[in-house]
Write a protein that binds this ligand. Sequence first.
Ligand code: CUA
Length: 393
Amino acid sequence: MSLIGAMLLTQVGVPQVTVPFAPEQASTFAPHVDALYAYLLAITVFFSTLITLLLIFFAVKYRRRQPDEVPRPRHGSMLLEVTWTIIPLMIAMTIFVWGASTYFKAYRIPKQAMEVYVVGKQWMWKFQHQTGQREINELHVPVGARVKLTMTTEDVIHSLYVPAFRIKQDVVPGRYTQLWFEATKPGSYYLFCAEYCGTNHSGMGGHVIVMEPTAYQQWLAGGTGAESAASQGQKLFQERGCASCHQTEPGGQQGRGPTLYGLFGRQQAVTGDGTVTVDEAYIRESVLDPQAKVSLGFQPIMPTFRGQLNEEQILQLIAYVRSLGQPAGGESGGGAGAGGGGTTTGPTTGGVSPTTQRSNPLAPTSPRQGGASPQLPPRPGGGAAANANTRTP
Ligand code: CUA
């Protein structure tokens, strides 16, 4: 329909009609995904044409000419068998290698990235920036910065899908999944839920708004009322009495629970067997199911907080624990886990501190900027005015 429509429009002289075969390319992945797609399409078209033409040719050439004609029997041809095995194998391998490398690019989360927490629920997307801004169905990000999403859901499975970025990832109850992207063009891009999740599934969408760095700075500055995720987590930490067992200062006396200072990203020995990487998933598990993996040398006395904290609060606590003992410069990195492939929470590390994200979201993350980008002056204090961009659920 759209093709015919576009052709008709071209006929009557309306300029600049584009046929929407694919969404706009707006992330670093998009050209890779589209190139692979074009390759698959070319192979499919080539073989469909070849097979159809041969079919017609053979049907004519070897048609029955006499009513009583019986074909001569044929026996196997090794050459033919080998040829039609080897060639398809080679073609399939190119698809596999190319597809796998594209997949790993998209699903291996970089260590240095701007962190955003995402909570899906029927029927909205909630985003929380480390600098404290919260948004619903809208996500503001700077162009050219790597953005890492740590995602979960309050109810059923949803799936975050941004066609212009060529990324999609399910959010699953009870665990974290992660996704990352680097937007290449300022603009507003559709964001969908791509997993049927109930009555208003089709309305569960919004926009990712990609801004020039200066515009993004202004947007952040507009959100002055926002308290950083880590500091919201710190409040919860005090309110819920976590501080009575867990030290948060360097070199402090061990409490009844492990000291949390500098813990994030480390390897932690646990009772029974082996070690775990202290990442988002492990902290979440320790809050909700404290007896699952108890740190070596501690008694399993921590009560569960299941049912007492919602997903956003757990993410704020994680932001707080991560902020403990991380250097303020943003070059935190650290942690033993490498790569972190796969779609669920791999061993993730450091990330960029809220302060750094606020003052200069580009410097530590963008490969194009490297270390040489001009350092923007940090914005003076958070102020108190309400943020027009921030809606609290
Ligand atoms: Cu959420 Cu479909």
